[in-house]
Design a protein. Structure first.
Length: 197
């Protein structure tokens, strides 16, 4: 396994054993991920509207929302191809854990976006590494899709972080340092399930 460099300096490294647990129920994993992509699209759209005083930021976030909507549609298509139903949204304890800690409005919304994207990127990479050993998901198109998602979410993490820094300057750096510890605590405390996080 080659070393992975996350797009943000995450302070908790997911053990490689996590992927086997996540892949134990691939139908649940994919279904959960469809809901995650939908939420990522809606979040980016809402942020785009919150930043209309900065046309560049607003356009960047609208593009990001397009990426996520594209991911959502393709995860739905993958579910369809495998013959698996989209299950009801079971909620996302990871994102909820972060939201409970948020207090600084727009700055925290941008930084949480960066963190969630970076963590997703790390977990997608682990799935990609483990995927070749999976009987249903170890196929070339699936692995190529995971790689594409991983790279795209890495770009989103960098994009959210840049938007926070451009708008809030040094306050964003200090707050990101605080958030990196909080994110590590939240993700480390969560049980492993058939979900990206
Ligand atoms: Fe995505
Ligand atoms: Fe993303």
């Amino acid at each position: 396994m080659t070393d992975f460099v996350p797009p943000l300096p995450l302070r908790y490294t997911t053990p490689a054993g996590w992927a086997a647990v996540a892949l134990a129920e691939p139908a649940a994993l994919l279904s959960d991920h469809a809901h995650c992509e939908k939420k990522a699209a809606l979040n980016a759209l809402n942020l785009s509207l919150a930043l209309t005083d900065s046309p560049r930021a607003s356009v960047l976030l609208a593009r990001l929302a397009e990426d996520e909507l594209n991911h959502f549609r393709r995860v739905l298509e993958a579910l369809q191809a495998f013959g698996w139903p989209l299950r009801p949204d079971g909620g996302n304890a990871y994102a909820q854990g972060l939201h409970k800690l948020a207090a600084k409005g727009l700055l925290d919304r941008l930084l949480m976006g960066a963190l969630i994207e970076a963590r997703s990127c790390e977990r997608l990479w682990l799935l990609e590494q483990a995927g070749t050993a999976h009987p249903e998901l170890g196929t070339a198109p699936w692995l190529a899709f995971l790689l594409e998602l991983e790279r795209c979410e890495a770009g989103h993490a960098v994009g959210y972080r840049s938007l926070a820094l451009e708008r809030f300057g040094p306050e964003a750096e200090a707050r990101l340092d605080w958030w990196l510890d909080r994110e590590a605590e939240v993700i480390a405390a969560l049980p492993w399930t058939s979900a990206v996080h």
